[in-house]
Design a binder for this molecule. Sequence first.
Ligand code: AMP
Length: 437
Amino acid sequence: MTDKKKIQAPRGVHDILPDEQKYWFWVENNFREAAQAAGFERIIIPTFEATELFKRSVGEFTDIVSKEMYSFKDKSANSLTLRPEGTAGVARAYIEHGMQTMPQPVQLYYWGPMFRYDRPQAGRYREFYQCGLELLGDYDPIVDAMLIQTVAKFHKKLGMQDIVIKINSLGTERAKGKMMTALGKLLERNKKDLCADCKLRLKKNPLRVLDCKTGKCREILDKISPSLIDSLDDESKKRFTKVLEYLDEMRVEYELDPKLVRGLDYYTHTVFEVVARSNEELSLGGGGRYDTLVKQLGGPDTPAFGYAGGVERVIDILKQQALAVPDLIQSDVFIVQLGDRAKPKAIEVVEKLELANLRISSALGRGSIQTQLRLAAKLHTPLTIIIGDQEVHDKNVIIRDMEDRSQETVIDRDMVKITLKKLEEKGLRVPTIYESR
Ligand code: AMP
């Protein structure tokens, strides 16, 4: 007997249905435009990698590696992991393709799903999308500021309000080590009040305690963290001051946050996080400098700086703030036909318009004009072409503007020309990413 029980999506993953797509296109387009305008090129990296890659980069004692990875053995017994983040894969690709021989910095952007066995709740999924920027091969403080400015512009383009960029410096590897020791000592004094997880973190990597969200731990951190900035050496302080000066010059607003470390081990120097004032607990994105990562993965000594944003969380804010998101235009023209004699003509009209590179939709199987117009409205089609028996007889068509509902009868010969003109007047020529030759 077959089991008829309904199969549901696994916990923590979600479908992105057609009604949601306008948000997804909108965020992706704005991200791509902001990234490309700042000189980033797209890279597509695999969704799974050797498990070792993440162990060696993200850090064995981070929550991501110790608790949240989707790791499995394939049929050849290779240990693989669904990527929990994008930076490690980009760094691996940089080394694998000898990108250090290209003009530096190499600037890359990506977009795609990440996988973490996280506790599902609002804004926290097991499969979620990240958009990311990576800039490899440049240590100048100006590139930190430039990348953060690109992130700020991305949020601005989306019209997001009350967005704050928090920033901190962990200093050089050595300064970070010193800070870890200083923090370890301060936390040791308050050990009895820390949560059980943090007691463990304190032993393995005290910096991880700074990621803790429990009330008592946060209170302790608020008390002790301002003194952490003192563990920065002069070189680190000087570098950080430069980053802040450049941000001031670029008029990028930021807030200093000495508690900020980010949940991945590879960061040094500048780290930053993007939050919405309405929910500072759930960051929208973040990043930092990772000058040792490429070398750690067997590549040449390569300073680098990156960012990753959470797409679902950005979309949640767009909705919360009721920001204007344009409807998707799936097709340029919808063909409405009435009566059997109109159908062959409708097929001919579709062919002619397709030859003019227009996107056409129709419901040739439907009889009622109301049903067809309703479908055209749902697809946000700007124009419809209506063909009935009369139009077949008179050798013309009716072009209807779906916005102002005006109609014009046009002879067959002029149909394509006038359709194109009307679309152009609406500024709706399909944009292209290809160069013209
Ligand atoms: P991270 O790679 O941990 O620095 O995360 C970068 C961004 O990805 C975060 O600021 C979130 O916006 C997003 N993010 C991280 N984990 C999740 C998750 N489990 N579900 C949804 N978004 C996430």
